[in-house]
Design a protein around this ligand. Structure first.
Ligand code: PLP
Length: 400
């Protein structure tokens, strides 16, 4: 494992080693440089940070609890498992942390029009609520196919005053919605902020989203020290674009005794089109603004992806993850659809907590891992969201 110099990452051009950067049309460079400058100032401004913290507390519901999953741990008979309860946040997942941070930043830039992309609708809902609170105009691009599958979230966004624009190009899902949002941003960047939902895209987004999510790990450190008097042996989180995972990992990158494990969507199998495990099947490429591991065919065409959880279903992974994997600091595994569904059911029946299907991937790994460890070992799982949104889909694919 190489030493970690997290404070100097990314570099001024947005690189984490060979990953990251700004692969965007020339017409966006002014907006992106402006965003980088304003964010750098905001990051150092105690007033901005105070407003962010206040909103996290009063609106989002932070700090979230760290819950000892006693009966799950007992049932497995291995490590003591703790759950970081991002599922308890307003709108049901960690995404609200980032939505709050970026809406405050948009106001600081004097931009009153917000655009966002959404797949399953979780990021769209978080953005629409934050915009309603801050009095900002909100337009959410969503694939027509996703709108059909996630009707309640479409209604939630509209209820909060957002305009949901159907995207009819390509597969009519998340990747196509990102393309439409980028097109809008190119045309309207003077008045508009693009509120990107994960630790992805061009610099400064991966850095900024990480900074808005790192509160998860900071709280976890305090809480596990209070509960157990020491740091955990391992922290596990699911990886879609990579925001909840980098959010909990960041605080611990320079603690060599804490093993960090990201879990991707193994889908039906690690075969082209059947999964979204970029570390298992991806190659270096450029997608939607950054250089990272991408699922692609030998010609560089983006491969189709599949996961039972919409939030993990994306062809590229955040560049900071690609970097920490390349230096051996974070390890990545995957859980299949059926392993995630089993974990979903197991947490609900042992602890009375229904996790998001995304988070269930992290749980599936943790359940296996805990069994290999002894009861003096401490395992923390980031429960990135709640499963209310998933119960219908779960009922459809598995009979009780
Ligand atoms: C969106 C989402 C994810 C995946 O996104 P990351 O940026 O990788 O965190 C994971 N869990 C939940 C509950 C989500 O809504």
């Amino acid at each position: 494992m190489q030493p970690v110099h997290k404070e100097s990452l990314p570099d001024a051009r947005g690189y984490f080693g060979p990953f990251g950067g700004r692969y965007v049309p020339e017409t966006l460079m002014t907006a992106i440089l402006d965003l980088t400058k304003v964010y750098t100032e905001a990051k150092a401004d105690p007033e901005f940070q105070e407003a962010f913290r206040k909103n996290l507390t009063e609106f989002a519901g932070r700090p979230t609890m760290l819950t000892h999953a006693a009966s799950l741990s007992r049932k497995i008979g291995g490590a003591r498992i703790y759950l970081k309860r991002e599922d308890l946040l307003h709108t049901g997942a960690h995404k609200i942390n980032n939505a709050i941070g970026q809406t405050l930043l948009a106001k600081r830039m004097g931009k009153h029009r917000i655009i966002a992309e959404t797949g399953a609708g979780q990021h769209g809902v978080a953005t629409a609520t934050a915009c309603a609170r801050e009095g900002l105009e909100c337009i959410v691009y969503m694939g027509e196919e996703d709108m059909r599958r996630q009707e309640p979230n479409v209604y939630r966004m509209r209820l909060c005053g957002a305009e949901v624009r159907p995207v009819t190009s390509g597969q009519k899902t998340l990747k196509d919605a990102v393309n439409e949002a980028m097109r809008d941003w190119v045309a309207n960047s003077r008045t508009t902020h693009y509120l990107l939902g994960s630790a992805l895209g061009c610099h400064p987004f991966p850095m900024m989203v990480r900074d808005f999510q790192k509160v998860i790990g900071e709280e976890t450190r305090r809480q596990i020290l209070e509960a157990e008097g020491r740091l955990p042996d391992e922290i596990v989180a699911c990886v879609g674009g990579g925001s909840n995972s980098i959010g909990i990992f960041y605080e611990f990158l320079q603690e060599p005794s804490v093993k960090l494990t990201g879990v991707e969507a193994g889908g039906r199998a690690i075969e082209p089109g059947q999964h979204a495990a970029r570390f298992a099947g991806g190659r270096l490429g450029v997608l939607q603004g950054c250089r990272t591991l991408v699922l692609q065919n030998p010609d560089g065409q983006i491969e189709l992806t599949h996961s039972v959880s919409a939030g993990l279903d994306y062809a590229a992974v955040g560049p900071e993850h690609a970097y920490y994997q390349s230096i051996g600091r974070i390890q990545y595994g995957y859980a299949t659809d059926s392993e995630a569904l089993n974990a979903f059911r197991m947490l609900a029946s042992t602890e009375g907590i229904i996790p998001a299907l995304e988070s269930s991937h992290a749980l599936a790994y943790a359940i296996k891992r805990a069994a290999e460890l002894t009861p003096d070992a401490l395992l923390c799982v980031n429960l990135s969201g709640r499963g209310d949104k998933d119960v219908q889909e779960a009922a459809r694919v598995m009979a009780l």
